[in-house]
Design a protein around this ligand. Structure first.
Ligand SMILES: Cc1ncc(COP(=O)(O)O)c(C=O)c1O
Length: 407
């Protein structure tokens, strides 16, 4: 099958260092103990199941690669994205911390699920800004654990995504500007109101919560390691970059577990929102000036998380920057399945890693630079399913259920 040719930009991270031992700030945030705690709590949530790792042999053959495996986060709880692991885990940790401050120590999530502390938890308000999926995770956890949630949406968040979050009983607030503006506004309001901000991005003096968010994402990384079916480890990891928390959680996990043998880590960003790439080139977190609106709505971040930077500086090998139109085409391609591959429901941001792999393989220079040949065993992150069903249907021409039903 002939695959489309997509344009792309490739940048190398000159600060990456395979020799650097796991430790320092990354070692503190993403330690084995932090992972063990996140795994123990998250796997106890109702409905927890590892999401599938799907072999895409047809796509691998069409691209001339050894193997491709796709982590399908569209099947994560009822939330349809990996974000269910991070924001929700941070809500749990905030509740545990606040209950402890009031003199109540809880052992773990079962105590909250059993409603034993509802009188105390319902006095606690968590809040956050979101592009869609993080807010859904926070709202879902607030409902599950019995506290109040207030979710801030910037102008670019679709009505469909707003409705999905509101369905978890959260109070919704629309604010002007982009994601980064909404992050600032919620922090200001929370300081006045005494709410607890559960942000996926960090800023000076605010690191504990975003570290918990990244710890939750490590559960996905661990699932993939266990599920990986090839005799040899993955050679490449293609992963989306928004504020960088997802990439940091996963790359940090592989750094700890595999050391220098970790896969070549390639962060994928939309051309309008390439804050991680800019940071790599600048040698420090660097913002995107101006508007970051993109079809890959959940990747629309103008500023990366400084905490994620601590992990990504040594671990990201390359950045690939792609255009909006290749994401839409890749959503359709995954829905149809290449050469007998199982149809996959991937949202606008969820398909970005796959789009970048196709783009890279279609460009001789990039393909060679990334060593994408018959010995490559690629791990692709499918970070979300159809988190906005209307947009999905308008792009793919079928509903998510119709696509999934064609399996
Ligand atoms: C579906 C999806 N993919 C990728 C990302 C990027 O994650 P991060 O912002 O942690 O880099 C997000 C963030 O919201 C997302 O919702």
């Amino acid at each position: 099958m002939k695959l489309p040719i997509f344009s792309l930009r490739h940048e190398i991270n000159r600060l990456a260092s395979r020799a650097e031992p796991f430790g320092g700030r990354a070692g503190e945030i993403l330690s084995a103990a932090a992972f063990a705690e996140a795994e123990r709590e998250i796997t106890a949530w109702p409905g927890y199941m590892p999401t599938p790792l799907v072999a895409l042999s047809g796509l691998a053959e069409a691209l001339g690669l050894g193997a491709i495996h796709y982590k399908d986060e569209g099947q994560r709880f009822s939330l349809k994205s990996f974000k269910a692991l991070g924001g929700a885990y941070a809500v749990l940790k905030v509740l545990r911390r606040e209950l402890a401050r009031k003199g109540t120590q809880i052992d773990g999530v079962q105590e909250l699920l059993a409603d034993r502390h509802r009188t105390a938890t319902k006095e606690i308000t968590v809040c956050c800004a979101t592009d869609g999926n993080h807010g859904r995770s926070v709202a879902w956890a607030a409902q599950m654990f019995g506290c109040r949630a207030i979710i801030y949406l910037h102008a670019g968040v679709s009505i469909g995504r707003e409705a999905e979050i509101a369905a978890y009983g959260a109070e919704m607030r629309r604010v002007a500007g982009g994601y980064d503006d909404s992050v600032r506004i919620v922090a200001e309001d929370a300081a006045v109101e005494g709410w607890f901000v559960v942000s996926d991005t960090s800023w000076p003096g605010y690191e504990e919560v975003p570290a918990w968010v990244m710890q939750g994402y490590m559960v996905m990384a661990d699932e993939m390691s266990r599920q990986w079916p090839e005799p040899e480890a993955p050679t490449h990891l293609f992963i989306q970059g928004g504020v960088g928390g997802l990439a940091a959680g996963v790359a940090g996990y592989f750094w700890r577990v595999q050391g220098a043998g970790r896969p070549r880590t390639i962060v994928v960003e939309p051309e309008q929102a390439d804050c991680i790439t800019r940071s790599i080139l600048a040698g420090k977190p660097a913002p995107v000036p101006g508007d970051v609106e993109t079809f890959m709505a959940c990747l629309a971040a103008a500023e990366m998380s400084p905490l994620a930077w601590e992990v990504l500086r040594p671990t990201v090998d390359d950045a690939l920057i792609i255009a909006d139109d290749c994401a839409a085409e890749t959503m359709r391609l995954l829905a149809n399945g290449v050469a007998g591959d199982r149809p996959i429901v991937a949202g606008e941001s969820g398909c970005a890693a796959t789009a970048a792999l196709i783009a890279a393989c279609g460009n001789e220079a990039v393909r060679e630079a990334l060593q994408l040949g018959p010995n490559a065993r690629v791990l692709l992150i499918g970070s979300e399913g159809a988190t906005d069903t209307e947009i999905y249907r308008s792009v793919v021409g079928r509903t998510p259920e119709e696509v999934a039903g064609a399996v």
